[in-house]
Design a protein around this ligand. Structure first.
Ligand code: ZN
Length: 188
């Protein structure tokens, strides 16, 4: 109840957590064509008449790259907010995704991405509780090696799963009647 009061007036940020690599690649392509047009102009090359319009691409190249840096700034802001929220909890305990999301001001969907990213980078340790779907800070995912694994040389017949369940989203082996995947947190 106290939690509800604390988070009542918090809003999610409208900005999304997105990877920036695609943005920077697009910016580079525009920049490349713009520079190419200057070279064509200098050498009097008339292919696509690029020399007469290509330089205009400097404008989108600039704004696309700027957008990439803005996204990087947003991503870092989110990562800091999430790290702070986890640090405030001593990096341990079980929490609802929504509570951390509200505190950091990030939509739960974006929070999932930030968490997975931070875990990939080795900055945090957590797993999802397969029964409750809550985040367990400081807990490592218990990877279960499947003995029945067969390299899929032929996929004509369905592979024997030995009565074991796997997460359809990430392939993590599940034990028993888990409601949530301990690796990716997907509802099963
Ligand atoms: Zn999963």
């Amino acid at each position: 109840m106290e939690d509800e009061k604390k988070y009542k007036n918090r809003y999610y940020s409208k900005e999304k957590y997105k990877t920036t690599i695609g943005t920077f690649v697009t910016g580079l392509v525009f920049l490349f064509v713009a520079i190419l047009s200057l070279i064509f102009r200098a050498l009097n090359i008339t292919i696509f008449r690029l020399a007469s319009w290509g330089f205009w691409l400097f404008i989108p190249a600039f704004f696309i790259t700027l957008g990439g840096f803005q996204q990087l700034y947003t991503n870092n802001k989110y990562k800091k907010a999430v790290l702070q929220a986890l640090m405030d909890r001593g990096n341990q305990g079980e929490y609802k995704l929504e509570h951390i999301a509200l505190e950091a001001g990030i939509r739960p969907k974006d929070l999932l991405r930030v968490l997975a990213h931070l875990r990939d980078k080795g900055k945090i340790i957590y797993r999802f509780n397969p029964e409750s779907g809550k985040i367990e800070l400081g807990q490592k995912i218990a990877y279960v090696q499947s003995e029945e694994y067969i390299a899929p040389a032929k996929v004509d017949a369905p592979l024997p799963s030995g009565g074991k369940n796997f997460c359809v989203y990430c392939g993590h082996q599940l034990d028993g009647a888990a409601q949530f995947c301990p690796s990716c947190g997907s509802k099963l």
